[in-house]
Design a binder for this molecule. Structure first.
Ligand code: SAM
Length: 285
């Protein structure tokens, strides 16, 4: 461009575009305008994005950008941006960069002085949190838990003292194991299980972890799941083993079954049932 030094040549803009997490009508006017005007749409799976483009008669060329080719693609996309062309980055669903490819490209674009902006829209985590009925004033996003049981439990152990609401993504075939591990490690606290949000079979289950486990044992998990878990109420730190034991014994004396008494106190104090069991067993020795 005449009269401009190399640094002053404007780059293209990288638009981070959130797309529907199920219902194709969850698009904004600005998203559609952006997808029409950019030079290129970089997306995870071109077949998936093609459905959205077909629906809105958008003919912008697509380029695949996913977990396995992202290193190479990042170079190509940055080159396109440096040449002054605008690029839209999409994932298969929701917001790119959130448990999806995108954050590395954004980091590199920022480092190179390329303008990065967002076309905000759906994200399963925000959607599930907002309808969870839990405290939304403070929360943490934990993404996917480790798939192996031992590492998953170790990960959950680290969250025992977490007082903020926690949001997790989970694959359908691991939902039951995860609910069981959460109950075991974190105690029988409240959870919201959001399934197939915005889709035909949307279901939002709210209750204790033990109830969720029971429900999904009877209705085998299918589709996409986001779990919103209540934070520790901090009572575990304040209550003594002696007090919990006395309270469980009082419940037993009232005729409450041992399993139920343990469940009630675990839920009340956010203490794993097996800890209370151990405290009782120590007394019985
Ligand atoms: N970047 C996406 C976002 O912002 O929502 C998340 C991508 S991550 C690879 C996909 C996970 O998000 C799914 O495995 C599921 O846990 C959650 N998810 C996506 N769509 C969902 C939906 N419609 N209902 C519930 N959870 C969903």
């Amino acid at each position: 461009m005449p009269g401009l030094t190399e640094r002053e040549v404007p780059t293209g803009v990288l638009y981070l575009c959130a797309t529907p997490i199920g219902n194709l009508e969850d698009v904004s006017v600005r998203l559609l305008k952006t997808l029409r005007h950019v030079h290129l749409i970089a997306c995870e799976d071109t077949r998936q994005t093609a459905k959205l483009l077909r629906r809105y008669r958008i003919r912008t060329p697509m380029l695949s950008y996913h977990q396995h080719n992202r290193r190479q693609r990042e170079g190509e996309l940055l080159e396109t941006l440096r040449e002054g062309h605008d690029v839209a980055l999409l994932s298969d669903a929701g917001t790119p960069g959130i448990s999806d490819p995108g954050s590395d490209l954004v980091r590199r674009a920022v480092e190179e002085g390329v303008a990065v902006t967002a076309i905000p829209g759906p994200s399963a985590l925000v959607c599930a949190l907002a309808i969870s009925g839990m405290d939304t004033s403070r929360f943490t996003f934990e993404g996917f838990l480790p798939p192996r049981a031992a590492r998953r439990r170790a990960f959950l152990q680290e969250l025992r003292g977490e007082v903020r609401t926690m949001v997790f993504y989970e694959a359908p075939h691991r939902v039951l194991e995860t609910l069981a591990d959460m109950e075991e490690v974190l105690g029988d606290r409240r959870v919201t299980v959001a399934r197939e949000l915005t889709k035909r079979f949307e279901e939002v289950f709210r209750g204790a972890l033990s109830q969720a486990r029971e429900h999904f044992s009877q209705h085998p998990p299918r589709g996409e799941f986001t779990l919103v878990l209540e934070g520790s109420r901090g009572e575990a730190a304040r209550v003594s083993a002696e007090q919990v034991r006395a309270e469980v014994e009082a419940l037993l004396a009232q005729g409450v079954e041992k399993k139920e008494a343990l469940r009630m106190k675990a839920l009340q104090y956010g203490i794993p049932r097996r800890d209370i069991y151990r405290w009782l067993a120590r007394r019985e020795d």
